[in-house]
Design a protein around this ligand. Structure first.
Ligand code: 4AD
Ligand code: MG
Length: 462
């Protein structure tokens, strides 16, 4: 199929060199017929750019009437640079072959389709400009994430997807079972999980953190980057039921050092996007949200604002704005509060730390005031929370009290306790929601458009 000999359009566009006997393969994005010529725009997925194909002997091309929008073709011919024209280079075919026909009722036509329409055809939307760019961007940023940690000596950990613990203790887990749901074994009035596949109640993981802690307390610096699942009934533009999370975990690291790493990590990704993904960033800046590039550039020159939760509540109480959810010390900050802090008060991303213990997770380290924990949320304009992290409770006695207070099932945590029994050390980490980061960098307003196959309440298509 000439897989190894064909040339990718991305390489052709980067080099802009004349060449003979070049083979390209891809899909027709546009066709224009003039009197004696036919022009095709070919896209092979390697770049946003289409390669212009100029057929100067249309009468001699077999199947030409079927080479239309959406069709797959193989073209062999001569590359000729045309620096004075917008498309810069064109291919004059010696041979053109129809590989896969595409009927006229192809759902993607030569016009702007709405994002809502495209979500229903998620199997075809990667072939549009926007979703081609979005998916290439996703891949490049995933690479940058690995590069950031690998360059710093972190080890990549594959935390399990099936788990017996509720890492966040929020009860938002999907259950994993092979029980016949119409005939569940019962013992003394309760479900007999002993008879289930794993001999215990199991779930899809909400976070790889607890297992990352195991590895951090052996390898020092580790990170996970994998799928997590939340059965959260939040139908918002920022929530999905399945998303990828990056969770670094560092031994001998306190909250302030954790926050410093989080800041450096985010800056690295912004810099990478601007420097290494210019095709994608320019596209987002032009078509998705104006000022995306200048926003990231400004950010790179600034610093993250840092406030305590207590200070944040004071700011919100003094705000002249009317919030849907009233603020008082002890309440969870809502998206509207988070956005007020970044968008109106500070006009920049913000790190909020030292939250009341009751509204955070059981594993966070209790501060000396006995009221707050060493937690941090990183908030960004338009989105709100993008990172959640903390220093972990390394003191066994305090941890046990927290577990009791939160009503977490202690039986599943024996190994977590052991980590505090044998050579316990202060350690910290955080979780970055990959999709929220992509939303922020691209300016995409809905998380369903930065995830190829989004899973949300009542929707798990494709
Ligand atoms: O704040 P969260 O729940 O933190 C944790 O899971 C910790 N175990 C992380 C750690 O310390 N290792 O989630 C972390 C991030 C959020 O800040 C958000 O960006 C993203 O994950 N997130 C979601 N993204 C999309 N849809 C959802 N339903 C999300 N829930 C959380
Ligand atoms: Mg959180």
């Amino acid at each position: 199929m000439d897989y190894f000999t064909r040339k990718r359009v991305a390489a052709i566009m980067a080099e802009l060199q004349p060449a003979e006997d070049v083979i390209v393969m891809g899909w027709v994005r546009n066709r224009r017929d003039s009197k004696n010529l036919v022009f095709l725009s070919l896209n092979d997925g390697s770049t946003l750019n289409n390669l212009q194909i100029v057929i100067d002997n249309p009468g001699e091309v077999a199947d030409l009437e079927n080479i239309r929008l959406g069709a797959a073709i193989r073209v062999a011919g001569r590359l000729i640079p045309v620096p004075e024209r917008e498309h810069k280079i064109e291919l004059h075919p010696g041979e053109i072959r129809l590989v896969g026909e595409c009927p006229k009722e192809y759902p993607i036509q030569k016009k702007r389709h709405s994002f809502e329409y495209l979500r229903d055809i998620a199997h075809l939307r990667p072939r549009t400009n926007t979703f081609g760019v979005a998916n290439r961007f996703r891949s490049k940023i995933a690479y940058a994430i690995h590069k950031f940690y690998q360059d710093r000596g972190f080890f990549y950990v594959h935390s399990p997807i099936i788990t017996a613990t509720d890492a966040e203790g929020a009860g938002e887990q999907f259950w994993v079972t092979t029980f016949d749901l119409d005939n569940i074994p019962i013992n003394e009035g309760k479900v007999d999980y002993d008879k289930d596949f794993f001999g215990a109640q199991t779930f899809l993981t909400v976070s790889g953190q607890l297992e990352a802690e195991i590895m951090a307390l052996a390898l020092g610096d580790v990170y996970t980057f994998g799928p997590t699942f939340r059965a959260e009934k939040s139908n918002t533009p920022r929530h999905v039921s399945e998303f990828w999370m990056i969770e670094p975990e560092m031994a001998f690291c306190d909250l302030d050092e954790n926050m410093q790493l989080a800041g450096e990590f985010l800056m690295y990704l912004f810099e990478y996007a601007l420097g290494e993904c210019s095709e994608e960033m320019e596209f987002f800046n032009r078509w998705i949200e104006k000022n995306r590039i200048s926003t990231l550039e400004t950010l790179l020159k600034s610093k993250f604002e840092i406030v305590t939760y207590t200070e944040a509540v004071e700011i919100l109480k003094k705000a002249k704005k009317k919030f849907e959810f009233p603020v008082d010390w002890g309440v969870n900050l809502q998206a509207e509060h988070e956005r007020y802090l970044c968008e109106e008060h500070f006009n920049s991303p913000v790190m909020v730390k030292d939250y009341p213990k009751d509204i955070k997770a059981f594993y966070m380290r209790l501060n000396d005031d006995d009221k707050t924990v060493a937690a941090v949320d990183v908030l960004v304009p338009q989105i709100g929370e993008i990172i959640g992290g903390s220093q972990r409770e390394e003191r066994l006695d305090v941890l046990k009290k927290q577990v009791e207070l939160f009503g977490v099932n202690e039986e599943t945590l024996w190994w977590y306790y052991d980590l505090r029994r044998y050579g316990s050390v202060p350690h910290s980490g955080f979780g970055l929601g990959f999709a929220r980061m992509l939303m922020y960098m691209s300016g995409m307003a809905n998380i369903r458009d930065v995830i190829p196959w989004p899973r949300t309440p009542r929707s798990a298509k494709f």
